[in-house]
Design a protein around this ligand. Structure first.
Ligand SMILES: Cc1cc2nc3c(=O)[nH]c(=O)nc-3n(C[C@H](O)[C@H](O)[C@H](O)COP(=O)(O)OP(=O)(O)OC[C@H]3O[C@@H](n4cnc5c(N)ncnc54)[C@H](O)[C@@H]3O)c2cc1C
Length: 325
């Protein structure tokens, strides 16, 4: 039977495909409900499917996003199947507006798959950001770290397999499996909250590992609801909030009217003035960051990496300890 539901060819092309992330993780778009037209239909509370021009839909979606009229975008939903290291899952689960069902370590046998950061990502503690990393690390430290991780993981995996072999309950056998181990979940979110999730998790201040997942999800959103994605990039991701002092300083430097934006000749607002107006040194740095030209990110999916569900399932099953099967 033919569906009456609106489908989006670019989303259908990747539906059920698995995109690898990190060394053993993945994201798959399992299902979606609605697209840009559904945001418009909800906003207009309209009957059935009309024949609006794309330019009209785009204009409305951009207006809604600029003015934070967010509920129409809650009418679109995306459902994903994801596998990620537990420490990533712990950051991800903080986004409370999702519906989540995680694989149960009480019920299922856990695949012994662990995340190992690549050499490029093995960095030292950042001096400027307590929650970050920077620079390179000596290769001998990386080599030893990998050896130590492997020893720990083997010990912990062997203990897990031994406990299961002794018929100890799975809910107890799993208690010392490490945070680097992969878990999986089904994760569903509406478009409004998903774009909020992406704003926080593609941001360079988010941990690199969760960012890799956010990049893939952003590529999926771009296929499901391209106009909403575009508006999100323009107004949220690449947009910046100006504070009262920011606006005060900028209004002394430039004037704007229907004819455009004009520089006020020779005007300067120095750091001392900004400080006197109440900005901390950090806020001055942030203002400079806000005024830098944006990056124009592109979260296009690489279709050549897409795997089938069977390929991914095989890797997971093969990593389940088998001594007690
Ligand atoms: C770079 C970074 C560093 C972080 N560091 C830490 C950390 O060190 N420790 C830590 O604990 N967390 C940390 N977090 C998690 C962060 O504080 C948020 O919990 C997480 O990003 C989810 O954001 P959210 O609450 O806006 O999203 P969601 O949970 O999806 O909620 C979306 C929005 O719904 C509303 N909402 C949802 N639930 C409630 C509620 N119960 N009450 C009121 N409003 C609600 C809020 O407006 C919220 O913004 C960090 C996040 C980032 C991005």
């Amino acid at each position: 039977m033919e569906t009456k539901r609106p489908t989006i060819p670019a989303a259908e092309e990747i539906l059920g495909g698995y995109f690898p992330v990190l060394d053993h993780g993945f994201v798959s778009l399992v299902d979606y409900m609605g697209s840009d037209e559904d945001v418009e239909r909800a906003a207009r509370v309209s009957y059935g499917y009309g024949t609006r021009k794309v330019s009209q839909t785009r204009g409305l979606i951009r207006y809604l996003r600029r003015h934070r009229h967010t509920t129409p975008s809650e009418m679109v939903e995306l459902k994903f199947h994801c596998a990620m290291p537990m420490f990533v899952a712990r950051q991800w689960i903080r986004h409370r507006t999702a519906s989540v069902n995680e694989t149960s370590g009480r019920y299922s046998l856990m695949p012994l798959l662990f995340y190992t950061p690549g050499k490029d990502q093995f960095q030292l503690q950042s001096r400027s950001n307590n929650q970050g990393r920077e620079g390179g690390a000596p290769p001998e430290v990386y080599k030893e770290a990998v050896e130590r991780w492997e020893r720990l993981r083997k010990e912990s995996g062997d203990t897990y397999a031994w406990l299961l072999g002794e018929d100890v309950a799975r809910e107890l056998a799993r208690i010392d499996l490490p945070l680097s181990m992969y878990t999986q979940w089904y994760w569903k979110m509406d478009l409004h909250n998903l774009l909020h999730f992406l704003s926080l998790r593609v941001d360079p201040r988010a941990q690199w590992e969760i960012r890799q997942y956010a990049h893939v999800i952003a590529g999926m959103v771009k296929r499901v609801a391209p106009l909403s994605y575009e508006a999100w990039v323009d107004y949220d991701l690449e947009g910046r909030v100006l504070t009262r002092v920011d606006r005060d300083a900028l209004s002394r430097l430039v004037a704007a009217d229907e004819a455009g934006v004009h520089a006020r000749d020779g005007a300067v607002v120095g750091a001392q003035e900004l400080k006197a107006a109440g900005l901390s040194a950090r806020e001055i740095t942030e203002l400079a960051e806000k005024l830098r030209a944006p990056d124009h990110p592109d979260f296009e999916l690489d279709l050549s990496t897409m795997k089938t569900a069977e390929d991914v399932a095989k890797e997971m099953y093969e990593a389940v300890p088998g001594t007690f099967e």
